[in-house]
Design a protein around this ligand. Structure first.
Ligand SMILES: [Zn+2]
Ligand SMILES: [Zn+2]
Length: 125
């Protein structure tokens, strides 16, 4: 994994925080919980490097732990479908509901390369 120096300015107090995280190449992502060294404010950052030039990365800032929230929502959905399926098992032979395998998001790097980042989602058993 390439390491990138990353200067992060706190959204709450403006304090620069210097980080050197390992960043995986897309479509893999690395969620990071950044805590400001000055005020302790926490921000979730998602890191991913361009698979072509490998020397740039994109990030999102959010108050939510986005990948976790996404997985939790998907899990609720999957459980709901499984519940419906099980309650209908005496009445229908086959039950098929398409469930998305992953959340994807298209990014464009400074080098011009477009690529997807992905979060794998829980599946129906
Ligand atoms: Zn701060
Ligand atoms: Zn690139």
């Amino acid at each position: 994994m390439p390491k990138f120096p990353f200067l992060f300015y706190c959204c709450a107090c403006g304090q620069p925080n210097e980080l050197k995280p390992d960043v995986p190449l897309a479509p893999n992502i690395k969620p990071l919980n950044v805590e400001c060294s000055n005020c302790g404010d926490k921000t979730h950052v998602i890191l991913s490097a361009c698979p072509k030039c490998k020397n740039a990365f994109q990030f999102f800032l959010s108050d939510l732990d986005f990948p976790e929230e996404m997985k939790r929502l998907a899990e609720t959905y999957v459980k709901l479908i499984a519940g419906i399926r099980d309650s209908l098992s005496d009445h229908i032979a086959e039950f098929n509901v398409p469930v998305p395998k992953r959340w994807t998001h298209l990014l464009e790097c400074n080098c011009g390369h477009q690529y997807n980042v992905e979060i794998p989602l829980p599946q129906l058993d």
